[in-house]
Design a protein around this ligand. Structure first.
Ligand code: ADP
Length: 274
């Protein structure tokens, strides 16, 4: 089935693929194995533009693998993934789908911003330059325009006064907020967040989650988060997907998943983490 997603929306008059509410991410029967171990098992799910979707579930259930597939750091063994209607691993050439070339992969990656557990800032660059580097060198933005945007983003993450420091002069929470600003500087269509607070000292977690709540509530960016912070997930999510052993065993609005889960496995998981 290779119908482009725009033919699948419920609103035939939807103006553009990236308009709010249209499909941005689509997994079709995605299977990923490591050795003999099936980590994702014929997984189907979609994320609409502008939505905040949270992946929860026990460790090892495949959540991070989904983000790594979206970043094209891994490729599926079976099935297809599309972002904005385009296949991650293939591109259209002369009406045919052929394996994606480097240029296609680079273009896809531009649509996707990711923040990792470990902040991975460039240690030899000051905060401002950490944020402007990719917009200037990958997007070809002028230095002035990139700096203006970086300053706006530093304000959004509450770090305006630190723009002239090196990463090691900041706390882990502040570094993670820079990493969030750096990801947003590329104007991605979707922001992937992989347990972004799990490497932080406990007293620094709230500051980072507050920034992300703010971004979720004040911008229209699509977010796909893996998190163990259930209160945060409840606050920001439009949809929660509960994973177990590489499958979505239950999904729905946070009120439903956290208050009236249908699956025993979800109840067990929540009572262990809440
Ligand atoms: P989660 O994010 O839900 O904790 P992951 O997606 O990180 O789960 O991992 C799912 C399973 O895949 C785990 O059993 C993990 O050990 C395995 N796994 C992940 N990445 C690799 C890899 N590169 N090689 C081998 N096994 C892996």
């Amino acid at each position: 089935d290779s119908n482009p997603p725009k033919d699948r929306t419920d609103e035939p008059s939807a103006p553009a693929k990236s308009a709010a509410g249209t499909e941005l991410i689509r997994f079709d029967k995605v299977t990923k194995r490591f050795g003999g171990h099936t980590v994702l098992d014929s997984l189907d799910f979609t994320v609409s533009s502008g939505k905040h979707v949270t992946l929860i579930g026990p460790s090892g259930s495949g959540k991070t693998t989904i983000l790594r597939l979206l970043m094209t750091l891994l490729t599926p063994d079976e099935g297809t993934i599309r972002v904005g209607g385009e296949y991650l691993t293939h591109e259209e050439k002369g009406g045919k789908l052929v394996p994606a070339g480097e240029k296609h992969t680079r273009e896809i990656r531009k649509k996707i911003g990711m923040v990792f557990q470990q902040f991975n800032l460039f240690p030899n660059m000051k905060v401002l330059r950490n944020i402007t580097e990719a917009p200037v060198h990958v997007l070809g933005m002028s230095k002035d325009a990139a700096e203006e945007r970086a300053r706006d983003l530093l304000e959004l993450v509450g770090l305006t006064e630190h723009l002239d420091k090196y990463p090691t002069q900041l706390s882990g929470g502040q570094q993670q907020r820079v990493a969030i600003a750096r990801a947003l500087a590329m104007r991605p269509q979707v922001l992937l967040l992989d347990e972004v607070t799990s490497a932080l000292d406990p007293e620094l977690v709230a500051g980072v989650l507050d920034v992300l709540r703010d971004i979720a509530h004040t911008t229209d960016i699509t977010m796909l988060c893996v998190t163990h912070e259930m209160n945060f997930a409840r606050d920001i999510s439009d949809d929660v997907l509960m994973f177990d052993a590489g499958r979505v065993i239950e999904s729905g609005a946070p009120e439903k998943i956290f208050s009236e889960p249908e699956q025993e496995r979800t109840r067990e998981f929540l009572s262990a983490v809440l």
